[in-house]
Design a protein around this ligand. Structure first.
Ligand SMILES: [Zn+2]
Length: 584
């Protein structure tokens, strides 16, 4: 075919696509969505034109959608000046099948197909899901080197999740972007639906209010609505942060933290433990970030929760046989990591010296939740791995990966006496970063010449870890050469940051971030590194690299090969049998 003919054909095709695109309605849940039989979702039909409600013909497998089960409808004649919108709230489809939804409204039409699936009977009583937020393979390797030691190429022991029998690579991309954040990646684990960056428990529609986007039901809600099991949410971040929030909350914007705190309270989860007390106390009280006078701490107490604010109180409440419900908030913001709490005593440890460890929160949660003979779902997040990968602070990320390993060990010990427990350990997404050698201070020359690679790397000289698995000295003379590959302008020091978390870049002129000069003042041979991210980036970013999931216990055999993150939801609901007798 001649080039001019190809070009004119292409032009015609593109023109045609544009025209069709211009008059096609948009439907949520989106095309290719998988929907758990019996779970609730909002059906939203967005038209480009203003039409009358009665002119919208929507047929699901040939039957009008008003024959579906739903709690109510809403018709918006003209939404945001764009066109009409029809919403069906809390739709439930019980029958397992492939579905085709066809919408016609005047000149507009659209079609999506959904797969509604069942689970079969329950295979397990309890599910414990550990999220190592942003945890990479390099984080794991660094944690294993520091915590377990390596001699002549052999690790002296393993992380607690290294020996789990089932492993999968997880694809983490969202519906809108290759690169996910913790909101939409956790939302995929918790709902089985893909969504966009910053969103959880909703599809990203054209709704103007962040709380009005079409909802999909979460594992936390399914546990509460369809079972007699208990629910636990544990994180060392603010408990309103994206990962813990996505267990129960629905919002287009993860920064709706006051609303998320309200949702956590309304969820009736038996255990809620973490940081973020600022959103649980009324405005005007110390550290409060609320915009109203609601005192959720008091309301938890009124609802019968044991309320704790320190490690000592947590341990006591966890051991108390009468504790049936437990709310603990140990920090107004994110909690401190284990390198600071145990070794360096930096960041906010001096102000909050009595914060619990993730192991103690996990143990207290298991003590309380296991009192329910029907079982439980517990989510435990090691959030700070991500919080330290962002500012390129690999040592702090490694210490918190060791802490995650310790917390998983608590769960494995629980599973020894409760074998009907599925344990899943997975990142929600990854970061850049890998180990390229060993930095040896005794090597001559400028800083970069101290990086030994291949045979020159040898081994680092971190001291043998203490009983808790942590080396008590991190600024040793032979250290891992751990380099991130996506970064802002910064100074590479090749040393641990002993005075507090690394702050790689600070605001320069306008929106541009520049290397933080303090690190050159502290260490004169620090190397200036020109950023490879846009100049407005002040920290490193998430990666599309696969996440490594490991699992053990009944139902864990489902996790294998490469899996989409929505398949993790299916693994959880399948193990719990949340759609046990679907109609065919
Ligand atoms: Zn992150």
């Amino acid at each position: 075919m001649r080039m001019s003919r190809i070009l004119s054909l292409l032009t015609a095709i593109i023109g045609c696509m544009t025209t069709l695109d211009g008059i096609a309605a948009t439907i949520y849940p989106i095309d290719q969505a998988s929907i758990l039989a019996g779970s609730k979702f909002d059906l939203r039909i967005e038209l480009d034109n203003v039409v009358e409600q009665k002119s919208i013909k929507a047929m699901l497998n040939g039957r009008p959608i008003d024959q579906l089960k739903f709690s109510g409808t809403q018709f918006i004649p003209s939404e945001a000046g764009k066109g009409s919108t029809l919403i069906l709230r809390d739709v439930v489809i019980d029958q397992v099948a492939r579905y085709q939804l066809k919408v016609n409204a005047g000149a507009e039409q659209a079609e999506v197909s959904w797969d509604v699936y069942g689970t079969g009977p329950a295979k397990v009583k309890n599910v414990i899901l550990f999220i190592g937020d942003g945890m990479t393979i390099a984080n794991r390797t660094a944690a294993r080197v520091l915590s377990k030691g390596i001699v002549q190429g052999k690790y002296q022991s393993a992380l607690s999740f290294d020996d789990m029998p089932h492993m999968a690579l997880i694809g983490t991309s969202g519906s809108d972007s290759l690169i996910t954040d913790s909101a939409n990646s956790m939302s995929a684990y918790m709902t089985g639906h893909k969504t966009g960056v910053n969103a959880m428990g909703v599809y990203v529609s054209r709704a103007q209010n962040t709380l009005e986007h079409p909802k999909v039901e979460t594992v936390g809600e399914l546990i509460k609505r369809k079972t007699n099991k208990s629910l636990g949410i544990v994180s060392d971040a603010e408990v309103e942060d994206a990962t813990p929030a996505a267990v129960v909350a629905h919002t287009r914007r993860r920064t709706d933290k006051q609303y998320i705190a309200d949702q956590l309270f309304a969820s009736n989860a038996e255990v809620i433990l973490g940081g973020g007390s600022a959103y649980f106390v009324p405005q005007g009280s110390p550290n409060s970030k609320r915009k109203d006078n609601r005192n959720l701490v008091e309301q938890f107490q009124t609802k019968g929760y044991a309320v704790v604010a320190t490690r000592d109180e947590l341990v006591a409440a966890g051991k108390n046989p009468s504790t049936k419900k437990l709310f603990g908030s140990f920090h107004p913001d994110n909690m401190d990591g284990s390198l600071d709490r145990f070794i360096l005593k930096k960041n906010t440890v001096p102000q909050y010296p009595n914060q619990p460890d993730l192991t103690e929160m996990t143990q207290a949660a298991l003590n309380v939740l296991s009192k329910n003979p029907n079982g439980f779902f517990l989510m435990v997040e090691a959030a700070l791995i991500d919080k330290f990968n962002h500012p390129l602070d690999w040592e702090r990320a490694a210490y918190d990966t060791i802490m995650l390993s310790n917390a998983v060990q608590v769960a494995k010990d629980f599973a020894k006496t409760h074998p009907d427990t599925l344990i899943i350990v997975t990142p929600d997404h990854t970061h850049s970063g890998s180990i390229s050698g060993v930095v040896d201070d005794s090597r001559p020359g400028p800083l970069r010449e101290k990086v030994g690679v291949y045979a020159n790397a040898g081994y680092p000289n971190y001291p043998t870890a203490n009983n808790a698995g942590y080396p008590e000295k991190v600024d040793v003379s032979r250290r891992l050469a751990y380099f991130y590959s996506a970064y802002p302008d910064h100074f590479e020091t090749m040393h641990p940051k002993m005075d507090g978390t690394f702050v790689p870049a600070i605001k320069g002129e306008g929106d541009v971030y520049i290397a933080n000069p303090i690190y050159q003042q502290l260490q004169h041979d620090a190397i200036h590194v020109d950023g490879n991210l846009p100049a407005r980036a002040d920290v490193g970013v998430h990666s599309a690299d696969d996440a490594v999931l490991t699992a053990t216990g009944p139902g864990s055999e489902r996790f294998k090969g490469f899996m989409d993150n929505t398949e993790v939801f299916k693994g959880i609901v399948n193990a719990l049998g949340l759609a046990p007798t679907p109609l065919k």
